[in-house]
Ligand binder design. Structure first.
Ligand code: UDP
Length: 238
């Protein structure tokens, strides 16, 4: 297997394989927040997020959401289909938190009546600005039918995973997705689904079980990530 790295992000790397349509996605132990301003290493985070993402992608595929996931090949790597990534961050929200609380003045914890889907431009240098649909079209990022399909899929991800997290004693407060286009121009879910890119609260106590623990120095991040993995029935990572 070739090992040439073609991309390194804040929490993952992408490497080539012998098949030009398949990449190896490697989960790193790094955590960053506030657009990379705060950084730290957490031993075992890569393995835990690989396991949680694998679990979520398998549930989503079973529910009919097309994803880039092929298989988990070892502790920190999964094989994925190569996509032409769409430069958007798609956020779905069930409960008000984070930037939505700041932007609207609503209290953190307010229930969003109907889940909402938001679109942000993936541009660190611009601080990932929020985009209206007209801007997505103006920037020639997607056609209207593709954006519609992407939003439908984002809501389907929510409808699939929210009850799974709920059965595991957690509220899926919000999460970020990234999509790509396959060779046929079809919208496919890429990236990851983990406590790095979602907010998960204990159903009873509302204790935060996600990267906000790192952002706000609320405790031991790996203890929390292991708890999420254990509650989902994903093998405990060592
Ligand atoms: N999120 C992410 N990457 C980003 C921005 C947000 O994974 O670059 C996730 C974040 O963890 C949360 C959701 O998207 O689950 C909504 O984040 P929000 O807009 O509230 O921004 P934040 O408060 O994280 O700045």
């Amino acid at each position: 297997m070739r090992n040439e790295q073609i991309y390194e992000g804040k929490a993952k790397k992408l490497l080539l394989t012998d098949d030009k349509n398949v990449l190896l996605q490697r989960f790193k132990d790094s955590a960053t927040a506030f657009n990379g301003v705060k950084k730290a290493e957490f031993a075992g985070k890569g393995e835990t997020n690989n396991a949680i993402s694998t679990f979520c992608f398998q549930k989503l595929e079973a529910a009919g959401v097309p994803t880039h996931f092929i298989e988990r090949v070892n502790d920190r790597d999964m094989l994925i289909k190569r996509l032409d990534m769409i430069p958007l961050e798609i956020v779905v929200r069930n409960i008000v938190a984070g930037s939505l609380a700041k932007r609207t003045g609503l209290d953190e914890g307010t229930v969003v009546k109907e889940p909402i889907v938001e679109t942000y431009l993936k541009r660190d240098d611009l601080n990932d600005p929020h985009l209206a649909d007209v801007h997505v079209f103006m920037l020639d990022i997607l056609r209207p039918d593709q954006l519609e399909r992407l939003k439908q899929l984002a809501l389907k991800v929510n409808a699939t995973l929210d009850p799974i997290f709920e059965r595991a004693g957690m509220k899926l407060v919000d999460f970020k997705l990234e999509f790509g286009l396959d060779a046929d121009g079809q919208v496919v879910l890429g990236d990851e689904f983990s406590p790095d890119t979602s907010r998960l609260w204990d159903l009873e106590t509302r204790r935060k079980l996600d990267k906000d623990v790192f952002r706000a120095d609320l405790g031991d991040l790996m203890e929390v990530y292991h708890e999420v993995a254990a509650r989902l029935g994903v093998l405990p990572q060592t």
